[in-house]
Design a protein around this ligand. Sequence first.
Ligand SMILES: [Zn+2]
Length: 316
Amino acid sequence: MIDRRLLTKIAVPPAVFLLTLALAAAQEQDFSKVQIKVTKVAGSVYMLEGDGAGNIGASVGDDGIVIVDDQYAPLADKIQAALKGITDKPVRFIINTHYHPDHTGGNAYFQKQAPIIAHDNVRKRLENGGPAGNGGSLHFDAKPAPKDALPIITFDHAVTVHLNGEDIRALYFPAGHTDGDAIIFFPKSNVVHMGDDFVTYGFPFIDVEAGGSINGMIDGVEKVLAQVPADVKIIPGHGPVSGVDDVRPYLAMLKATRDAVVQALKEGKSLDQMKQAKLLDPWKKYSGDFVSADAFLETLYNSLTGQKTGKFIKHN
Ligand SMILES: [Zn+2]
């Protein structure tokens, strides 16, 4: 069992999410020390961060607040207070980038104030729970969320919220980080919230067991880069405000590692052989305590071969 203090020590924020999935209500996490940091991104968009949970984007203006993601339930009061520090206006809508609990944990709290909008699959996954992970060493069971945490407005392709003089557009990108990813564009402010399709903590977590895939993630990131101005500000799912110059090397890494595994598969290599050959060594600077090179190799292998669980692979 992982202890929260250990997580703080090794500073692996996304592990907090995995810890939540793994332990669910079994163990209370201590959020009392977490402080919410507010950063002005550009135009009318702010970013709220709290101890590695998913970054919150906030459009703030005369009409009120539209937030993108809402972190963990125990942080909701602090998020509310941080928003009050920016404006007295009410929250009008909440958009979820995907179903993971470090992005949707505050849903029940905030939905008392305003409706939550998300892709159809986010609602389904929150409602039903189910397996999550990379099909290998990262595996967790997501618990069904309470009814009041379920997005009451869902969309299948795209939805636009016209508030604060901004056409806030949530666009669905299939099978990337999960099968319910939305990337949120704030065109007037020139900001994009990429959810967990772009993160700065190293090799990304791809929830292959919840319909995510390496090819979908690459496709989504490419499409975003193709439609944003060069000076756009990018809010990653986790990490500091970034730009196109941060996303390009990340995309290049995704493609190159994918291609390396495709080539190894063509040569008939097994996952174990790829691990032994340290196939991802050229990209080892991306290897983290959360998604190690081996864990990312499993992710790529399982995604590219359609394998869903480590067990399945082992016994076939
Ligand atoms: Zn996520």
